[in-house]
Design a protein around this ligand. Structure first.
Ligand code: S3P
Length: 171
């Protein structure tokens, strides 16, 4: 029997390398619900990699597509959704998420973001300069907006990291 019956989608938000996709997949398994990753859904809808969408069409077009994909995902019923780090920054997307979902900010420190994002070179925003300074600036700019999520859970690397357990407790 599931420990918790979802009535709304759980939407994980936070900066690149917060662990949204990994935590999201584990949380969905624990709750016995489906999981979708907005970045993957965008790539499938566009038939292109995110880096190519940025390069060929630009960030504004990407945000527009992201908003449409999020609108569809939010309408597909209760499950766990991982978003791209910029999704919650978009006013319309954030309004939809706040309206239809339970948002969870996965909050981590700069070093954690640097370490985790270095594992995969797929993020166009981090290719524009030194990833650590870019991430530091984004933490400063975006934290006040991520903080508007319904729930905040710390997701730093470390021995006591049990992000899924903390989310379940907070739901
Ligand atoms: C972005 C984060 C990425 C991806 C795109 C833009 C951002 O998702 O959507 O590269 O603006 O923070 P992840 O947070 O899953 O890396």
């Amino acid at each position: 029997r599931p420990e918790l019956r979802l009535t709304r989608p759980i939407v994980l938000v936070g900066l690149m390398g917060a662990g949204k996709s990994t935590t999201g997949r584990r949380l969905a398994r624990r709750l016995g619900v489906g999981f979708a990753d907005a970045d993957d859904e965008i790539e499938e809808a566009a038939g292109m990699r995110i880096a190519d969408i940025f390069e060929i069409y630009g960030e504004a077009e990407f945000r527009d597509l992201e908003r449409k994909v999020m609108q569809r995902l939010l309408a597909e019923g209760p499950r766990v959704l991982a978003t791209g780090g910029g999704a919650f920054m978009n006013d319309e997307t954030r309004a939809m998420v706040k309206d239809l979902g339970t948002s969870v900010w996965l909050k981590a420190d700069l070093d954690t973001h640097v370490r985790r994002t270095a594992l995969r070179d797929t993020r166009p925003i981090l290719r524009k300069g030194d990833p650590k300074s870019i991430l530091a600036k984004l933490i400063e700019e975006r934290s006040p907006i991520y903080a508007q999520a319904d729930i905040t859970v710390e997701s730093h690397d470390g021995p006591h990291k049990d992000t899924v357990g903390k989310i379940v407790k907070a739901l």
